[in-house]
Design a protein around this ligand. Sequence first.
Ligand code: AHR
Length: 303
Amino acid sequence: MIFKTTLASTAMAASLLMSGSALAQTIGFSQVGSEGDWRPAFSQNMRETAEDYGVDLKFANAQGKQEEQLRAVRAFIAQGVDAIVVAPVVVTGWESVLQEAKDAEIPVFLVDRDVEVSDKSLYVTRISADFNLEGKLAGAWLAAESVGTCKIVELQGTTGSAPAIERKGGFEAVIDQFPAMEIVATQSGDFTTEGGKKVMEAFIKSTNNLEGICASFAHNDNMQLGAIQAMKEAGLKPGEDVLMVSVDYVPAIEDALEAGDANASVELRSAVGKFIYPVILDYLEEPKELDKWIVIPSDLHTQ
Ligand code: AHR
């Protein structure tokens, strides 16, 4: 199901708030961390829109560690919150804690990232962009731009995370259709600017200054921004010598696109509280079976 903002639930939340008759719902949100520029923007939006919907948001920052997330979810269960929202750091290791939430009759909603569980009834739904599609959009743009001939270096996101797995999968599904397109080097930069810079420095060394490399595909903009720095320090011209395509479309990559240092970025919307809270509040009002995935659209931006 592709998400359409439900005007009914938005209006309902607004009118309940104005009449003062709404009992605030308490929602515990376990966030991945604060890496890069996209994630803090997402956290801020979740906080601000919680106020708009009259939600009492309990926010826990896991600093990129799954153990912290498991601790936070267990704390939310002990507090007896009305619902739990998780943006999971990695896809594995969720069965037990989700079962504990289910046993406590607290509905769990996944946002942003996915989990791999054999029993999908452990969560109500996932509300997120389609990371595989983002990879496909990046791959299709690059195939068109390079006319199907391109040696690529890839900067991967956090190992074991849904966006790293799915963006890579989508990108490869497209480039595999072009015999002269191939990923010649790939490494994780953990979704950070520093990580991206280090990885690109290593690629520059291992490929004799990116000789014969036509493109850099980064699973997020921050790693690409780090890669841009590394390339400039090595006397290369990102955006000209090498095509630069990434994901998120944060303000700093918009500047890089305008300056000609980057060529394309697939937008991952960060202002998504307006999509997430209505789904949760409607569900708490009247629990029902939902589609297991509510998709937020993605768009490609170029220079
Ligand atoms: O899960 C989404 C990814 O996580 C974003 O693309 C990245 O910037 C973040 O860290």
